[in-house]
Design a protein around this ligand. Structure first.
Ligand code: ATP
Length: 235
């Protein structure tokens, strides 16, 4: 469970988060939406203990993101917006390095299994620099799962990649949720907004303008003229 209470964060005169509150129950796939610059990455980075909020609290599995960073990091896997890999090393070497960094005792077979879960088994001995953008994204996700986190924070994991990799990542997210993991996922993708999430939340002007299921959003934002409810919701 994730509990965010009255979280605020400013950068100079900009205030992307202004007393934001949200509860995400265990096992939920939550879609974090909003226009460019709305504060989605900022909120994820606070949950990932990379940024610190100016005010308010964020609790992850009962642990405080500010005061119990180390313990929180054991509970979360973070997939940043920008791919972060060792390009000159192989997939296997990358997984081994990430395994050491997360102090995981995962065996080679377990690391390989994580790669096969994201359909990267054939690339095990390939250099990262030779992989496609979609493959790199999938490797970043596999790396975030090495320490078997309860919660996965994913910042636009499918932006700018091929359709097949995107659908594979979507399927993986659904499987992880079935296994009981809680997932917070930011996206601008229309199909994902409509199909992937148990609930969505729209960040706008520093706060959530909507939190609920896609059906509830459709009901609220559809007009009689049948205008596009996703567009209306994000305005
Ligand atoms: N380190 C930083 N220093 C200064 N300003 C920042 C910093 N990080 C984010 N911002 C600003 O805070 C606001 C929120 O940024 P954030 O990246 O959280 O938005 P976002 O909703 O994730 O956007 P996008 O959909 O474009 O990824 C933006 O105006 C951004 O320019």
């Amino acid at each position: 469970m994730i509990e965010i209470q009255n979280v605020s964060k400013s950068y100079g005169k900009k205030q992307p988060l202004n007393r934001v509150s949200l509860t995400i129950p265990e096992g939920e796939v939550f879609g974090l939406l909003g226009p460019n610059g709305a504060g989605k990455s900022t909120l994820l980075s606070i949950l990932a203990t990379i940024s610190v909020q100016d005010q308010g609290t964020a609790q992850i599995g009962g642990l405080d993101s500010k005061k119990q960073k180390k313990q929180v990091r054991r509970k979360i896997g973070y997939v940043p917006q920008d791919v972060a890999l060792w390009e000159q090393n192989t997939v296997k070497e990358n997984m081994t390095i990430f395994g050491r960094l997360s102090k995981s005792k995962a065996t080679k077979d377990e690391l390989k299994k994580l790669c096969s879960d994201v359909k990267l088994e054939d690339q095990w001995n390939e250099k990262v620099s030779s992989l496609s953008g979609g493959m790199k994204r999938k490797l970043n996700i596999a790396a975030a799962l090495i320490h078997d986190p309860d919660i996965l924070l994913m910042d636009e994991p499918t932006v700018g990649i091929d359709l097949q990799s995107k659908l594979e990542i979507n399927q993986l997210v659904k499987r992880l949720a079935q296994d009981g993991k809680t997932i917070v996922y930011t996206t601008h993708d229309l199909n994902e907004i409509v199909t992937l999430f148990d609930r969505i939340g729209v960040l706008k002007n520093g706060a959530f303008s909507f939190v609920g299921t896609a059906s509830e959003a459709e009901e609220r934002y559809s007009s009689d003229k049948g205008s596009d409810w996703v567009y209306a919701m994000l305005q």
